[in-house]
Ligand binder design. Structure first.
Ligand SMILES: [Zn+2]
Ligand SMILES: [Zn+2]
Length: 364
């Protein structure tokens, strides 16, 4: 699972689209970002971690999220002045343009008001709220008086530190942690990095995080891109695991079959070409006794083959019936216990599996 944790400023940024550092307006990017986050969450590809501290910080600061709306409202309140000026020089269509301008502003205000509600609902209802235990509160308090990052700049980072460090507890509490990746997003490079390397956690913080797979990202859009890459990697990894699972076998060699304590296994992850004796012996010059019978060469194929990881005995799948066969002696002809097809591994320059024309039961 991919987890995202966003600091308080990022939540505000999601709400008003104003870059927390430059205060620059990122247009309607905030609409797009929240939709992409919700898509990820609804498809269960990403979980967003929040805690009670982040939620109460949001409550305390959400008025700031309305900055954009206030700006728009101020514009909407005073159009007469601007348009009186315009009307002095432009004679046609100004009333229409004025109407359109005001309608646009009103719509923008509505959209942004709805958007803030959307962000708040998302934060409180669609994100994973993780507990902040008392030990963690003590730990964050101790860190805050120790002068270590993220408290080395004498700023109040309790909320953001609490979300970051509660992730560690949260990950420890998960039963399966195989593919878990966490991305912590904060624009606050001053407190979360050492200022020299702004793409990595401050060494103090890294020490606190231990071996947990938690990455630092400055900006949300790039964190989302990063999570998409990770999603692809995880998908590849899962496909590979699923494939390995599909070709795995339990060893049936004499050496392992009686093992009681555990099940020896292997993966039929290599391929061996199959050649048929009959194909090899079709000789165009030879007198054919039954010329009316079509002698179709059998289609070439490949079978899965590999060794048991414990006893190294080669196992392969019968080219005729797909039964698992253990090859105790690779130099000998053997017959499939299921369908009696006679086969032999030929260790040529390009090894192959030779399939004989007659089955064992037909010989006998
Ligand atoms: Zn074995
Ligand atoms: Zn068989």
């Amino acid at each position: 699972m991919i987890y995202l944790a966003l600091d308080t400023n990022i939540w505000l940024y999601l709400a008003n689209g104003l870059d927390p550092i430059s205060n620059k307006d990122h247009g309607n990017l905030h609409f797009e970002l929240i939709d992409r986050l919700r898509d990820f969450v609804q498809r269960a590809e990403i979980t967003i971690l929040v805690n009670e501290v982040i939620i109460s910080e949001w409550e305390r600061n959400k008025e700031h999220a309305k900055h954009r709306i206030e700006k728009l409202k101020r514009k909407a309140e005073n159009p007469k002045q601007a348009f009186a000026e315009i009307k002095r020089y432009v004679s046609r269509n100004v009333d229409e343009i004025e109407k359109e301008f005001i309608a646009g502003l009103v719509r923008d205000i509505e959209l942004n008001e709805e958007h803030i509600v959307k962000v708040e609902t998302f934060l409180k209802e669609e994100c994973q709220i993780i507990p902040v235990r008392d030990e963690l509160k003590i730990k964050v308090f101790n860190l805050s008086i120790s002068g270590k990052a993220p408290f080395h700049n004498k700023k109040n980072n309790i909320a953001d530190a609490s979300i970051l460090f509660s992730i560690v507890n949260y990950l420890e509490g998960l039963t399966y942690s195989g593919d878990n990746q966490v991305i912590f997003v904060s624009n606050n490079t001053e407190d979360f990095t050492d200022g020299k390397n702004k793409d990595e956690f401050h060494p103090d913080i890294q020490k606190e995080l231990g071996n947990k797979n938690i990455q630092y990202q400055r900006v949300l859009p790039s964190a989302l891109e990063l999570s998409e890459t990770i999603l692809l990697q995880i998908e590849e990894h899962r496909k590979h695991e699923a494939w390995l699972e599909s070709v795995s076998f339990s060893c049936i060699s004499n050496l392992c079959v009686h093992s009681e304590s555990f099940t020896p296994w292997g993966y039929l992850d290599k391929e061996l070409e199959v050649k048929y004796e009959s194909n090899e012996t079709i000789d165009p010059d030879q007198l054919d006794l039954f010329p009316e019978l079509p002698r179709q060469p059998k289609e070439s194929k490949k079978i899965g083959i590999s060794e048991c990881v414990i006893c190294s005995t080669t196992h392969l799948l019968c080219p005729d019936c797909d039964e698992l066969i253990s090859v105790e002696d690779e130099t000998e002809k053997l017959s499939c216990p299921e369908c009696q097809t006679q086969i032999q591994i030929i260790h040529d320059q390009d090894p192959f599996l030779l399939v004989y024309d007659l089955k064992e039961d037909l010989i006998a």
